[in-house]
Ligand binder design. Structure first.
Ligand SMILES: Nc1ncnc2c1ncn2[C@@H]1O[C@H](COP(=O)(O)OP(=O)(O)OP(=O)(O)O)[C@@H](O)[C@H]1O
Length: 343
């Protein structure tokens, strides 16, 4: 991944709702407070957000209800105009694109899945998935072929002729996912796509999603309220509060090196052992030679729990994929993380 291979870049992006947000364009500063905005009848749903999303990256956006997640994603897809700042997609400024160019960008490059499935009730699963291809003017035979392929991909082969009412919530969501994938988007926006699903189906959908993610290598922005879901899926997590991004970082750093007290509080209930990899906890070797088996650096402490419990060395070596020892884990510190500090 090249350093400048950013698919999406935001620079000082604001989205303000209220009486006359257009009057604020060009006048918003990082230090502009919510109180100042409120006094003029405005609220900043997105506040001075700058971020880059790399090609193939999966960015998960988290935050309490009302923190601005959906508004941010809608700005990125330019479903709504921003009040200030700039967003570029593959190097092109969204603000200067014509309506026709935008429609083309959304149809050809972007896919979106929202919490409500938004399926057409009088069309079958197959027709629903083929619908965006029809909008694009694709011929019937090729769109039906593509739609069946996508339904197979999400595990709904054989249900092409079902109507949405004949499918479960999870199956309807899969149809929604197949529909958004049919147009082969490079960039995929998902706004709490699994929140309406019961926990078992949700887990199944996450597995399915991880499989698709591995196969399709898309750039993905995914909103969720569920930290476990974020940990399973994210390359990086952005934590939002009052429209601003408090921290954008790897899951491991969000949990182990929170940038603000808010992030620390937000992540306080997360089981660190499921996030921290052996490599991250390892201390420098500093010339000490430790014989015997080493723990794989890429595994989480949770995955290594049994081995750490059974290994009675005070310092346990950690090795990279090539088997070379890269550091030592203090067993007592690892046990503290796994079991909580000794009473
Ligand atoms: N069309 C609108 N007009 C006025 N205010 C809005 C509008 N859309 C959003 N807001 C406000 O912007 C803020 C952010 O809303 P947004 O829906 O982006 O939050 P969210 O983090 O996605 O919340 P949730 O998790 O509940 O979906 C909220 O205070 C909301 O009331």
């Amino acid at each position: 991944m090249g350093q400048n291979d950013n698919v999406i870049s935001c620079k000082n992006v604001w989205k303000v709702f209220g009486d006359h947000p257009e009057r604020l364009t060009g006048h918003l500063k990082p230090e502009t407070t919510s109180e100042e905005l409120r006094a003029t009848g405005h609220v900043a749903a997105v506040r001075n957000v700058s971020l880059d999303i790399a090609r193939g990256e999966m960015l998960v956006v988290m935050g309490l209800s009302g923190s601005g997640k959906s508004t941010l994603i809608r700005c990125l897809a330019r479903l709504i105009d921003i009040t200030d700042g700039a967003i570029t997609v593959e190097g092109r400024d969204l603000g200067t694109m014509t309506e026709t160019e935008l429609i083309d960008l959304r149809r050809r490059k972007m896919g979106m899945v929202f919490q409500s499935f938004g399926l057409l009730p009088h069309r079958t699963a197959l027709e629903n998935v083929a619908f965006p291809l029809e909008m694009r003017g694709q011929d019937r035979i090729s769109r039906i072929a593509r739609a069946s392929e996508m339904l197979n991909l999400v595990g709904l082969g054989g249900r092409e002729g079902y109507f949405p009412r004949e499918l479960s919530g999870g199956q309807q969501q899969r149809v929604g996912i197949a529909r958004s994938l049919a147009v082969e988007p490079d960039i995929w926006f998902l706004d709490e796509p699994f929140s309406a699903l019961d926990p078992l189906i949700r887990r199944e959908m996450q597995d399915e999603f991880l499989r698709l993610k591995g196969m399709l290598a898309k750039t993905i922005v995914f909103i969720t309220h569920d930290f476990d879901e974020a940990l399973r899926l994210a390359d990086r997590i952005a934590i939002m509060k009052d429209g601003a991004i408090e921290q954008i970082d790897t899951p491991e750093r969000i949990v182990m090196a929170p940038a603000t007290p808010y992030v620390a509080k937000f992540t306080s209930a997360v089981d660190r052992a499921r996030v921290v990899h052996a490599g991250a906890l390892a201390l420098a070797v500093e010339g000490r030679a430790i014989d015997g088996p080493a723990l794989p650096a890429i595994e989480t402490l949770h995955a290594l729990a049994r081995r750490i419990l059974q290994d009675d060395r005070a310092l346990i070596p950690v090795a990279g994929r090539d088997g070379v020892v890269t550091g030592l884990i203090d067993r007592a510190a690892a046990l503290d993380l796994l079991l909580g500090p000794a009473a």
